[in-house]
Ligand binder design. Structure first.
Ligand code: ZN
Length: 283
């Protein structure tokens, strides 16, 4: 009997599971790398890297620029470009509504930021994709901004860095979205003609149309550890070729081993790595 009372009292002292969850919700995240619970603040102060195992969490477009560029020394280009919803597309809700929600939430007009700044003192043009904006998908705006960044880089002979983080083409813009692939690829060829170095950084995830265009067209294509990189998803490929895919297929390390990437570079090393690559290209 006494043990029954004790259990009862204990139950009253500790708040039920549900309540505890609500109280701490949003303060902790579980690491996909080591399963440890991490204090969100610790992640934020550590460039979204797990302090225990170094797992690379997703970084926002703006934070990415802060990581790569010299402090407070950049100008944004084409910030006003926004999609006109060319197909008047509606799925579970109108595309215009999705756009407005993302624009309000993130303070960006579309899924990419383009800036001109400095990296260890050297002028560079840098594009940084935002996964939070409709899955970092590439529609007309992303395609146009990357194209303009490439043209600007080619014109001024300023080295270019594009950081990809994307689920692929933007379904809601249909063929307009697919047309970006050709446009961006043509602009990348002009960079090459002008001998302006272009470094592509592939982060988790870089898939679909972005992989099929600018993400793998760099003079150097480098990825962050563990990044998912591919065109179609593994399930689609397995069903198409009717074969089981090897372990770690479409992860950065696997692609490096098979010659699709030039390097896998840890986030905190990225700035200096890219910087010395430009030293080498421009020597
Ligand atoms: Zn971890």
């Amino acid at each position: 009997m006494s043990s029954w009372f004790q259990r009862e009292r204990k139950a009253i002292e500790t708040p039920p599971e549900e309540e505890r969850k609500i109280r701490t919700e949003g303060l902790w995240v579980k690491c996909d790398g080591c399963r440890a619970a991490i204090w969100k603040k610790d992640l934020e102060q550590n460039w979204e890297l797990c302090p225990k195992c170094g797992h690379h969490f997703r970084l926002s477009a703006a934070k990415r620029l802060a990581l790569l560029l010299d402090e407070g020394d950049w100008t944004e280009h084409d910030a006003e470009l926004a999609s006109s919803d060319p197909l008047s597309f509606v799925d579970t809700k109108p595309y215009t509504e999705r756009l407005r929600e993302s624009q309000e939430k993130l303070g960006m007009s579309d899924a990419i930021l383009t800036v001109e700044g400095r990296m260890n003192g050297r002028p560079v043009i840098c594009c940084s994709m935002e996964f939070g904006f409709i899955g970092g998908s590439m529609g007309a705006v992303v395609g146009e901004k990357v194209t303009r960044a490439m043209e600007r880089a080619a014109g001024a002979k300023t080295p270019l860095v594009v950081v990809s983080c994307s689920g692929g083409a933007r379904m809601m813009e249909g063929v307009v979205s697919l047309m970006q692939l050709a446009k961006v690829s043509a602009a990348a060829a002009r960079l090459d003609e002008r001998r302006v170095p272009y470094i592509s950084v592939l982060t988790d995830p870089t898939t679909g149309g972005v992989t099929a265009s600018f993400a793998l067209l760099g003079d150097l294509n480098i990825a962050e550890p563990g990044a998912l990189i591919g065109f179609a998803g593994p399930r689609v490929i397995e069903q198409t070729i009717r074969q089981k895919l090897p372990q770690g297929f479409q992860r950065a390390e696997f692609l490096l081993e098979h010659g699709f990437l030039d390097a896998v570079v840890e986030r905190r090393e990225l700035k200096n790595y890219i910087s010395s690559a430009f030293d080498f290209f421009l020597a």
